[in-house]
Structure formats: C-alpha cells, structure tokens
Design a protein around this ligand. Structure first.
Ligand code: CLF
Ligand code: SF4
Length: 508
C-alpha cells in the first residue's frame, strides 16, 4: 500500500537513518533479539530510524511532583521530558483518552502514548494508571510509555508491568549524593521534606532499585541525564557505566536548558548550558558503554506528532471537542493504523535488505583510504531526506562522515531565518525581520560543520556561509540523508580536501 504523507513529504525510498547513534550498520536494530526488536522498531524515541516515520504523543495528566530539580520551575512543563517555559493544558484521564483516540485517528503514524508530566507521573499514580488502563482497553495497539524521576518507582514497578507499560524512562543525573545535592535541593519522602545530601541519597537509591526491578521484569528502560556543566559533566560517564550494568537499554544525555526567564534556580544563578561540542564529547565518551540516544527533542509534556514537529496546538481540548462532533469511528481508525504501521515496517525491512546487500565497509569496497579526516555536515532534513530550504529550517541534523561511514550525531536548533511563506528563492531571506542577526546566529549554531546540505538556498546566506568556512550544498535535494552525506564526502576526497595533517597522518 502507499505510505501516508508525513508533513508534506512521503518517506523516500532508501531513506531512514540506519546509524542509531552507532555507525553505518545496514540494520541498526539487527543485533537485537526479535522480541526486543519488535518493541522498539516503531518507537520514535527508542529507535533513531523509527523517529523519521512514527509519531508519539504525550498527555499532561500528572501535575504534582515529589522532588525539586534546580532546572525546573513548577509553573512550566517538566524539564526532564519537555522544554521548560511552555505551560501545558492539564487533562483528566477521561479527557486524555478522548484526546489520544482522536489524535491516533487523525495521525495514523502514531504508535506511542507517553506520560511525562508536567510533574512526575508516579507522584500522580491514580491519574497516570487510570489513563493507561483506559487506553489499553480502547486502543490496545498503542504502546505505553512513562517518564519518571524514579523516587516512587520501586513502589509502582509491578503496576507498570501489569499495564504492559513496556518503555520506562528514568531521569538519573547522578549516582553520587554529593553531586545530587547540587542538583536536587529537596525531595518529599514519607511525608517529610528531606534536603541536601540525605534527600539525594534516597532518590538515587530509589532510582537504582527501580531500574533493577524493571529490567528484571523485562521492561525496556531508557535513562535520561541532564548534562550540567561543572556539576555532573565528568560524573555522567560513571552513571552510564552503572546503568548499563543494571540493564538499561539506552542512555539519553540531554543538555541543560537554563534561561533566566524560566525562573529556575539554575537559570537565575547563571548556570551555563553545555555547548553542542560539550554535549557531543560526552555522548561519545559514554557511547563506549552503551547505546546513546542522540535524536531527543526535549519535548513538551503535551507534545503531539513526529519528534521535532510538535502539532500540539492542533489538538487542544476545544479543538478535540470540535473534531469529535463528527463521530470518529475509533475501531476503523485502529484498523487503518495497523495497515499504515505494517506498510512502514515492510518498507523499512525492504530498505534494510537493500542496504545490507549493498553494504560493505567503506575502506575496502570504495577505496576510501583510512587515513583521511572526518567531516561534520549539517543537514536541513525531514523524514530522512534532504528536504528543507536553508531559510526554513528550524533545526539542522548533524552527521559525521568518516572512513568508517556516516553517523547521526545530534540536532541543533536554530531561529527561523526566512520569513517568506512560499519559496526560498534568491533574496527571500532579506525579508526576515533581522536577517543579519538571525543568519549570524544560525552560522554560529553550525560551528564545527564544514558543509551544510539543504534543498535550496539564496545568494546571501550562501556567501556568508562560504565566508565562514561552511560550504553550502543544494545538489542533493530529496535524496536520503546518509547517501547525500556520503556522496559529498566522496566529492571532498576526490577534490583532495580530506588529507590529514602530517602529524595525524603518521599517527594513523
Ligand atoms: Fe515520551 Fe519519553 Fe516516552 Fe518518548 S519523549 S515519555 S520516551 S514517548 Fe523522546 Fe521527547 Fe526526548 Fe523524551 S524525544 S524528551 S526521549
Ligand atoms: Fe520538575 Fe520533573 Fe524535576 Fe519534578 S522531576 S522538579 S517536574 S524537572
């Protein structure tokens, strides 16, 4: 069957990143046992490949929290799983179910319902589990996912297993209470507020115990960690080792968001957020110990749609009420979802098979020598292809090309440069309110990249990018991203641009 159009672009043949943060394997999930593979292949957070094709949504049913993090202001969404600074619409479980069923009928690529705040789901157990209970009856095809700070996790591990909540995220920022005391001023435990090291110690013990209990029950656990420079940056490598040893499936190191206007302790104290380079260095350092998630968008507690494309404003409760006036057939919607999901999985299987038959290590099969430089490239991409105009990109996907292949590194957000609503022809960008400063900021965001791939770009940004040492490239519009990055890398090799400096060449 024909695949549904996601956004404005149907997934392209051959698209889909196979790197999953760890090289150019032809099948990023191939090493997993079948039952685990089945659990993650359509989960947009647990599989990098899946996030190009499948959607998730959150429902904000959990307002209360039982700890205080220095990067959170309770007036806003949970910073563990959402951008602080955006208030969510709080829902009752009944409203949440109506919303999920409606969204899942309108977006058939939806595979996952997550509860991620705006407080802690397990500090609001009756609202959280009532929502899961109802959904598992009304739409059993939708995977259930929860994100927690872990304080109450041991208490609810059996309940989580009972509702087949197969995916649990625990935010673990430290395993040392001294470090914890710098992140958590207090926790609320056994009817008391416990401060400092003592509180952090309890939280850490509960998180670790909860992690062990979930993995013992066969539940996939992802660990999120907020990277806080000068507080836990060195420590997170140890965290990664420990949680892997206890069975965590994936580690997601996220950058601290600390803006003074969010009113958080860190924001007000001027605590710096990590740079893109610091984040990547730490992710690389941890990746020897376990698989890293690099495509997280730190989404809101009421996010809807594909990662990086929040459609929450289309599905506020007043709009849901309007949409349901026409009597949606939820049974038919479930049948339609199954067709869509099956078709996507089948297409991905075919793509993997095609890649497997083509795949071979670059040095032996293509003649690319080992002693050449790696190159970072920024891609204005969507749904796995080079699809966006430079001036319309809200984020750039960062890929690394090296003699051993192409791998996804991270995404970097940017302000919208072009205010034009139609095409992005030459000079369009000049209509932006402050084109100079926005373009300058975008170029600063791309620091370290040597090439930017996009579907189209105007003269002015082209010139400024070139002057900044970043080569724009619009030659690969609508091609699968990895193929395009590899093609540009080969062109650079052919043009003699990849030679290592002498000292490095000798070392290599
Ligand atoms: Fe939501 Fe989290 Fe489940 Fe995903 S989000 S509860 S695991 S369905 Fe995903 Fe969003 Fe990152 Fe979270 S991109 S913030 S990791
Ligand atoms: Fe905020 Fe989430 Fe921390 Fe609670 S666990 S304080 S809601 S960031």
């Amino acid at each position: 069957m024909e695949l549904p159009v996601i956004g404005n672009i149907a997934p392209a043949a051959g698209s889909g990143c196979a790197s999953s943060g760890c090289g150019t394997a032809p099948d990023a999930l191939g090493h997993l046992p079948d039952h685990i593979r089945a659990k993650v292949q359509d989960h947009p957070c647990y599989s990098e490949e899946a996030h190009h094709y499948f959607a998730r949504m959150h429902v904000a049913v959990a307002p209360a929290c039982n700890i205080q993090c220095n990067y959170c202001n309770r007036k806003y969404d949970c910073a563990n799983e959402s951008r602080p600074g955006v208030v969510s619409e709080l829902l009752t479980p009944d409203q949440a179910i109506k919303k999920v069923l409606t969204v899942a009928a309108k977006i058939p690529q939806m595979t996952v319902l997550g509860i991620a705040g705006p407080g802690d789901p397990l500090a609001n157990p009756s609202r959280t589990f009532e929502t899961f209970r109802q959904l598992s009856e009304r739409a059993p095809d939708i995977k259930l996912c929860v994100s927690t700070n872990g304080l109450n996790l041991p208490q609810y591990a059996d309940e989580i297993a009972k509702y087949n909540i197969d995916h649990v995220t625990i935010t673990i920022n430290c395993i040392d209470p001294e470090v914890g005391a710098k992140i958590y001023p207090w926790i609320f435990w056994e009817n008391k507020r416990i401060r400092g090291v003592e509180g952090a110690k309890i939280l850490i013990e509960q998180q670790q115990k909860g992690l062990e209990m979930l993995t013992a029950r066969g539940i996939l656990v992802k660990v999120n960690s907020v990277l806080i420079p000068g507080v836990n940056d060195q420590h997170l490598k140890e965290v990664s080792k420990v949680v892997k040893a206890k069975g965590a499936f994936l580690h997601n190191v996220m950058p601290l968001i600390a803006e003074a206007e969010h009113g958080t302790y860190y924001g007000l104290m001027g605590q710096p957020s990590p740079t893109a380079e610091q984040l990547q260095d730490l992710q690389d350092a941890c990746s020897g110990d376990m698989a890293m998630m690099r495509h997280c968008r730190q989404c809101r507690a009421d996010a809807v749609g594909m990662l990086g494309e929040d459609r929450g404003s289309e599905f506020t409760m007043d709009k849901i009420d309007q949409l349901t006036l026409g009597d949606i057939d939820y049974e038919a919607a479930m049948v339609r979802r199954k067709e869509v999901h099956d078709a996507i999985i089948e297409q991905l299987d075919q793509q993997r098979e095609a890649k497997r038959s083509q795949h071979a290590a670059l040095p032996t099969d293509t003649g690319i020598p080992l002693n050449i430089r790696t190159v970072l490239m920024a891609v204005a991409g969507k749904n796995g292809v080079v699809a966006e105009h430079f001036g319309h990109a809200r984020e750039f996907l960062i890929y690394e090309a090296s003699p051993s292949g192409v791998r996804f590194i991270s995404h970097r957000k940017t302000d919208l440069y072009c205010s034009g609503l139609d095409t992005c022809g030459e000079g369009d960008e000049a209509s932006a309110a402050e084109p100079e400063s926005v373009l300058d900021k975008t170029i600063a965001t791309l620091v370290g990249c040597e090439v930017v791939l996009c579907s189209k770009i105007g003269y002015e940004p082209w010139g400024k990018l070139e002057a900044s040492g970043i080569q724009p490239n619009g030659e690969h519009a609508m091609e699968p991203i990895e193929d395009a990055v590899l093609a540009v890398y080969k062109e650079m090799l052919a043009n003699g641009k990849l030679a290592l400096p002498v000292a490095k060449r000798e070392a290599a």
